[in-house]
Write a protein that binds this ligand. Structure first.
Ligand code: SF4
Length: 365
């Protein structure tokens, strides 16, 4: 029963998406790709075929790629390539089913999508994504979840946690793939598995009525109005994110906030405190939220990439006030130097504890 039922639900959802797509006038489309590329093998999966039907008569340019190397995204310089890639959606098959570790947020990454249509100058993915950071969504979700089950079984009776946002913001493509809905239902049935996802986007309505059993945590990534305005392009406003957060909270999901990247610009103390006030105003009297804080950091590789895509970026990336730290994957990153780092931590964690007694502070890095 269970699995077939889940599958039915999922297919019903895909139908709904199709309708939304066809009648999209008046519907806010957060992400509407100009170009959709299907890897040939993706068409061997039911979801791949459904998506093909969905897009083949749409106004997007639709292509089939015979190789896994995606070509056909225009762009004569890094800025153009970036812009065009961010309007390109690739449906592919995830072949590497060894999940990478994902400290500090979870045990493993759960790879459902890579990249995202947002264009944040500080994006943590810029150093690791290919030259053209097109959005890729995997259609072999069942295989990916089967693999997650293997990992869960191996660590039983420990609970294993999976992060769905390590390589992307997975929400913008959800209306096409239904991957998060499927994953949330999968984890609802796992006694020893938990799922976490993080987003800046608001297309979460399709997740609200799902049976999640409290096994999926949804976090919204927020920042001060100034950071959003200055460094984020193509992401929803702070108020919209908070409204979406309120909805998932009201639907009973464990809900949290990632304040990232914390940037120590002039006036940060006041403005990050204001941000926490704004959150509190949306969640009066709530004690069950969780918080994660990630200070701004960059690798040399990411910095070069950022400067080639955003030549006029004002993102502070001087090495002077930074400390070099060896990272998880062998490459080093620059983080704030100790006195400043300590002050950021002390100030924000204290404020958060004061304003949200009972909330969980998962980490500050
Ligand atoms: Fe990167 Fe997240 Fe911004 Fe997307 S929304 S560009 S994943 S930082």
């Amino acid at each position: 029963g269970g699995r077939a039922e889940v599958r039915e639900l999922w297919l019903a959802r895909v139908d709904k998406i199709k309708l939304t797509y066809v009648h999209r006038q008046g519907v806010v489309m957060e992400f509407h790709p100009d170009r959709v590329i299907f890897e040939q093998d993706a068409l061997e999966y039911p979801l791949g075929r459904q998506l093909w039907e969905l897009f083949k008569n749409s106004d997007a340019e639709v292509m089939v790629s015979r190789s896994r190397r995606i070509t056909g995204i225009p762009g004569r310089n890094p800025q153009e390539s970036y812009r065009d890639a961010k309007r390109t959606l690739v449906f592919g098959v995830r072949r590497t089913l060894n999940f990478q570790t994902c400290r500090p947020s979870a045990h493993y990454q759960l790879p459902l999508t890579t990249s995202c249509p947002g264009k944040c100058e500080y994006c943590y993915l810029l150093g690791s994504l290919p030259g053209k950071p097109y959005i890729r969504a995997y259609v072999n979700i069942e295989e990916i979840l089967d693999k997650a089950r293997d990992y869960i079984v191996k660590r039983q009776p420990e609970v294993t946690t999976f992060e769905g946002s390590a390589t992307s913001d997975p929400v913008p493509v959800e209306k096409y793939t239904g991957a998060l809905a499927r994953t949330i239902l999968f984890f609802a049935a796992q006694d020893y598995g938990r799922f976490r996802l993080a987003t800046k986007f608001t297309g979460i309505d399709s997740l609200l009525d799902l049976k999640h059993s409290g096994h999926t945590t949804i976090r919204f990534s927020l920042n001060t109005a100034r950071v959003i305005k200055t460094y984020e392009h193509g992401t929803p406003a702070l108020e919209q994110r908070l409204q979406a957060a309120r909805k998932v909270f009201d639907a009973g999901y464990p809900t949290g906030f990632i304040i990232a990247p914390v940037i120590a610009y002039r006036g940060w103390e006041r403005e990050y405190a204001e941000l926490l006030e704004t959150i509190r105003a949306c969640f009066p009297g709530t004690s069950s939220l969780s918080f994660e804080f990630i200070t701004h950091r960059f690798t040399v590789r990411a910095r070069n990439k950022i400067k080639s895509i955003f030549p006029h970026t004002g993102l502070p990336m001087d090495e002077e006030d930074r400390k070099f730290k060896f990272g998880q994957f062998g490459y080093g990153k620059y983080v704030y130097a100790p006195p400043l780092m300590d002050r950021l931590k002390e100030t924000l964690v204290t404020k958060a504890r004061e304003m949200f007694p009972g909330a969980r502070i998962d980490y500050f890095v």
